[in-house]
Structures are given as structure tokens and as C-alpha cells.
Design a protein around this ligand. Structure first.
Ligand code: F6P
Length: 345
């Protein structure tokens, strides 16, 4: 018996709930905010799970903007063939200001009703959940979120789709920059993305053996950073790598370079990794996470759960109210911050 047949035979936790809840028949799916590697795998999982369960699926193009402008197309199992390995999102994405207004959300609800869509799955980052929560409450549209952002800054899930691929790309860059840093006996500043979160910088800094990691969550003392680098030099290090989260210092890594080089006199270079971190082939981990969350979102929607985001933590897949997702702040991994400080010395 295949795993899915096992669920259908009545062993899945959703089966009992299905009997008492008005059955969702037609699901809409969209991606919103910055694209993240693995979003396509999540779309594929949503579409294939829904079709397996006898539901209709429609893709909404360009995020919430596509809901307002009525840019929708039906999706079938074949529409999502050959996309699990592709970065970006086949549905395209956008950051939509109009959706922050009640009028914009009302128009989105009209579009959904006109197409007969009775459940919406939104895949995206931080900004996605505020709109989703409001659409759900104001317009009575059943909405479920799936966390997709390289920043890994979403409350309610240990990890979001795209983070693993992004840190692997950034780490590869740090490893390469170390070669040239060592050859020229230079200091390298590497700026990584993450908006107001230091999660990417922290993971990449620890895994790349950075001499210092600058995070938005920890006040930055550039004198102390310069001292650390000088002490490392005195202990015999001839080159250093400092990973800088884009939100750590006003002006970014270039400002850090100028401040530190002036204090310690090292020859320094800065490399800003930018959007390279967002593109390319999603890692195994991101594809599996996306498949798991896409599958679960469809099952939960059918079981009558909505106004929630599906995430993952030590318990497995979990749901968190959308309201909490956008109101609460995800903490940085403070244990890893301490480890980073000890290991950098
Ligand atoms: O949220 C993902 C992210 O890549 C952030 O890390 C970054 O600050 C931002 O998006 C960049 O946004 P844009 O693609 O609009 O320049």
C-alpha cells in the first residue's frame, strides 16, 4: 500500500474532520514577496495533493497583485511537471501595496468568488501573513500560509523554504573568498541578505569559520571588531573573513570595511552577495520541506483548518494562527550566537 493509499484508507488524521466540515472544492495558490528556492516544489506539492484528493486548483500570478488584477489560470498535474528542481516561482511574485488596503482585499475576494475558489494557499515571507490574516478575517476566505523566504525570519516555524539553499550558496561564496583572502593576506567583508534578520549571516558565519559575524540582533561595536581582528593577526592569522548581515550596520559591509580598515590598517575588500543567494537549484532539504508543507496545507484546508500558517518544528508539521505569525517576532538562535563568539576566538 502506498503512503497516499494508506491515508485514503482512513488512517490519516484528516479523514474524520473531513466528514463534518464543508468540503473545499477549489483551491487557489499564489507566491508572494521575494522569491525563494523551493517555492516551485511547494506549488507542485499543493497542486498534486489537491488533484489527488479530487479538488480543482487555480494558480494566481504575481502574488496578491494577481488577485486584484484577476490574473488566474487553472493548474493541472502536468502544469507542475519538471519544476521541483527549478529556483524562482512559476507563478511569479510581487510585493503588493494595494493589498494592504481594505479596498484591495475586497477586490481580491471578489476575484476569488468569481472564480469559485473556496480556499487559498499563500506561499511567501514576512509581509505575506498580514494580508493573509486580514483577507481571512474581513472577507471570510479560508486561507492557509506556507513560509517561503530565504531570510528565515518567520515566527512559528523553525525554518522557511529557501533558507537552506541560500545559506549553501552564501557558504560556497565564503569558501571561495577565503582562498583569495588567504592568497593576498587580506581581510574580506562578505555581506549577506536577511533584511532585519541575522539568520543567514549567523549560519554562514559559523559554517564558514568567520573571524567575526555582525548581526542586526546584536549591537555592533566596530572598535571591538577591529581589536578582534588585530588579536587574530597577532596570533598568526594572515587573513580574515567577516560576515555582515545586510541589516547589521547602516550602510552595510562597505561602511564596515572603511571603519575597520581605518582602525587596523589591513588591506580589505568587500563582497556583497545580493540576489545570487535567492536564485538557483533548491537543495534537497528545501525540496523536501516544500513538499511536506504543500501537502500538509492542502490536507489541513480540507479538514476545515484555516487562518493559519503551516510550519515545522521539533514536533513535526504544526499550524500557527496567521495573526501570531505577523505579530510575533522570531528570535535569533542565541545558543548559536554564543557558539559563534567562542569559536571565532
Ligand atoms: O526577503 C528576501 C530578501 O531577499 C531580503 O533578504 C532582502 O533584504 C530583500 O528580499 C531584497 O528585496 P528586493 O528583491 O525587493 O530587492
Amino acid at each position: 500500500m502506498s503512503l497516499l493509499t494508506f491515508w485514503d484508507a482512513g488512517h490519516g488524521p484528516w479523514v474524520a474532520a473531513r466528514a463534518i466540515v464543508r468540503r473545499v472544492k477549489h483551491i487557489g495558490v499564489l507566491t508572494s514577496g521575494g522569491d525563494a528556492p523551493g517555492m516551485n516544489a511547494a506549488i507542485r506539492a499543493v497542486v498534486r495533493t489537491a488533484i489527488h484528493d479530487g479538488l480543482q486548483v487555480t494558480g494566481v500570478y504575481r502574488g496578491y497583485q494577481g488577485l486584484i488584477d484577476s490574473e488566474l489560470r487553472p493548474l493541472g498535474a502536468r502544469s507542475v511537471a519538471n519544476i521541483i528542481q527549478r529556483g524562482g516561482t512559476i507563478l511569479r511574485t510581487a510585493r503588493c501595496q494595494a493589498f494592504y488596503t481594505p479596498e484591495g482585499r475586497a477586490q481580491a475576494a471578489v476575484t476569488l468568488r468569481e472564480h469559485g475558489i473556496d480556499g487559498l494557499i499563500v506561499i511567501g515571507g514576512d509581509g505575506t501573513y498580514r494580508g493573509a490574516a486580514r483577507l481571512s478575517v474581513e472577507q471570510g476566505i479560508p486561507v492557509i500560509g506556507i513560509p517561503g523566504t530565504i531570510d528565515n525570519d518567520i515566527y512559528g516555524t523553525d525554518v522557511s523554504i529557501g533558507f537552506n539553499t541560500a545559506i549553501n550558496i552564501a557558504l560556497d561564496a565564503v569558501d571561495r573568498l577565503r582562498d583569495t583572502a588567504a592568497s593576498h593576506e587580506r581581510l574580506f567583508l562578505v555581506e549577506v541578505m536577511g533584511r532585519a534578520s541575522g539568520a543567514i549571516a549567523l549560519y554562514v558565519g559559523v559554517a564558514g569559520g568567520a573571524e567575526a559575524i555582525l548581526l542586526p540582533e546584536v549591537p555592533v561595536d566596530l572598535d571591538a571588531v577591529a581589536d578582534t581582528l588585530v588579536r587574530a593577526y597577532e596570533r598568526g592569522k594572515t587573513s580574515s573573513v567577516v560576515v555582515v548581515a545586510e541589516g547589521a550596520v547602516e550602510g552595510g559591509a562597505l561602511t564596515v570595511q572603511h571603519a575597520i580598515a581605518a582602525r587596523c590598517g589591513f588591506e580589505a575588500r568587500t563582497s556583497i552577495l545580493g540576489h545570487i543567494q535567492r536564485g538557483g537549484i533548491p537543495s534537497t532539504r528545501d525540496r523536501v520541506l516544500a513538499s511536506r508543507l504543500g501537502f500538509t496545507a492542502v490536507k489541513r484546508l480540507q479538514a476545515g483548518e484555516h487562518g493559519v500558517m503551516v510550519g515545522i518544528d521539533k514536533r513535526g508539521t504544526v499550524t500557527v494562527p496567521l495573526q501570531e505569525v505577523w505579530e510575533k517576532k522570531k528570535e535569533i538562535d542565541w545558543e548559536l550566537v554564543e557558539i559563534a563568539n567562542v569559536l571565532a576566538t
